[in-house]
Ligand binder design. Structure first.
Ligand SMILES: Cc1cc2nc3c(=O)[nH]c(=O)nc-3n(C[C@H](O)[C@H](O)[C@H](O)COP(=O)(O)OP(=O)(O)OC[C@H]3O[C@@H](n4cnc5c(N)ncnc54)[C@H](O)[C@@H]3O)c2cc1C
Length: 312
């Protein structure tokens, strides 16, 4: 898939915590500290929403990746920002170094449409002489020279094994699972593991494929809200929304269904009060709300339990 997971994800443009970058740098990774990566975040960005003066130094304008605040929110999203204030959570721009607070999400969006990394970087440069996009190809091995320096890749294209060589360097960006897999298939990994798989070790590098982390998502805190501030999938995706999107590139079809507001909060370690450890994402729709039209069969059985208000 051209553009990778960025072509199907939830589009939340979130840079992460300054402290995490600084920790990585301190662990022995020069160039990964917040101050350095911020330069590149800014360079990448074409920020298109109004900015508060205090937030402006953290954003870039004119870069390849357009980013803007969610332009349409269900009414309950706006109320969530107000509710945050009552809890002491000021509205913040979370892509700055202020991290605790309520916020309206920022999305990689241009003229109401998703912008993937391929849209931003690859497609506009396809005519360059030093770029070739080879689709329907699977890299199966990194080619190393006698000094174990990566000089190219072996890949399968139309059932044929082919090779491509690099003049300067090989960059592997096959995602969190396939990048380490490819390294291991190329003999770069923990010798013990490679031996078990019958792969000859070229570089004994025990960290490869370790420390895999995912962000845990807990879904299921659902409640019924007043119909006036609710939004159902059917009303969001109806003809008027379609027309609005087609004519003005505005409205509910410019955002992932139901989302808009979130809170970054701190519940754990009191020693780091400015570092959030939980993000609460408000989605004002339920899995069963489409009466099973869009969602999977297993949800159909529970539609009534999701949509019928509980008598208490
Ligand atoms: C449903 C979902 C929602 C998400 N929502 C968000 C969100 O809202 N905000 C956010 O920040 N993140 C989100 N993420 C995570 C985010 O999309 C990923 O972390 C990010 O896209 C990873 O980018 P990547 O380039 O490292 O890898 P990927 O996007 O996985 O790209 C890897 C690419 O390499 C290709 N590839 C793999 N192996 C080979 C091979 N051997 N040869 C050739 N090509 C290969 C793959 O086909 C793919 O195109 C979400 C992820 C999912 C799945």
């Amino acid at each position: 898939m051209i553009g990778g997971t960025g072509a199907i994800n939830l589009m939340v443009h979130s840079r992460g915590n300054p402290q995490d970058y600084d920790n990585w740098a301190q662990l022995g990774n020069p160039g990964w500290d917040w101050k350095t990566v911020l330069k590149y975040f800014k360079k990448s960005e074409d920020y298109r929403s109004p900015l508060e003066p205090k937030d402006a130094p953290f954003h870039g304008i004119g870069g390849p990746l357009s980013v803007q605040k969610v332009g349409w929110m269900p009414p309950v999203g706006k109320l969530a920002i107000e509710a945050g204030k009552e809890l002491g959570l000021e509205e913040i721009d979370y892509n700055t170094d202020t991290k605790i607070g309520s916020n309206i999400l920022q999305l990689p969006l241009r003229d109401g449409q998703r912008v993937t990394s391929a849209d931003a970087y690859l497609m506009p440069n396809l005519r360059r002489q030093n770029l070739k996009l080879q689709i329907n190809s699977q890299v199966i091995k990194i080619i190393l020279n006698d000094d174990n320096v990566a000089i190219g890749v072996r890949y399968v294209h139309r059932n044929k094994v082919k090779r491509a060589f690099a003049r300067r360097e090989v960059i592997i960006s096959a995602g969190g699972a396939d990048s380490p897999k490819l390294l291991m298939l190329s003999g770069i990994g923990a010798r013990e593991q490679l031996d078990k798989l019958g792969i000859k070790t070229s570089v004994d590098l025990p960290g490869v494929g370790q420390n895999y982390k995912d962000h845990v998502l807990l879904e299921g805190i659902h409640w019924t809200i007043h119909p006036n501030i609710s939004s159902s999938v059917l009303s969001l995706l109806g003809p008027s929304a379609l027309l609005r999107y087609q004519e003005k590139r505005e409205g509910p079809m410019t955002v992932p269904p139901g989302i808009g507001a979130s809170y970054f909060i701190k519940v754990g370690n009191p020693d780091e009060p400015t570092v959030p450890d939980i993000q609460v994402l408000l989605a004002s729709q339920l899995v069963g709300q489409d009466y099973g039209i869009l969602t999977l069969g297993k949800f159909k059985q529970s539609v009534s339990s999701y949509t019928v208000p509980r008598a208490n």
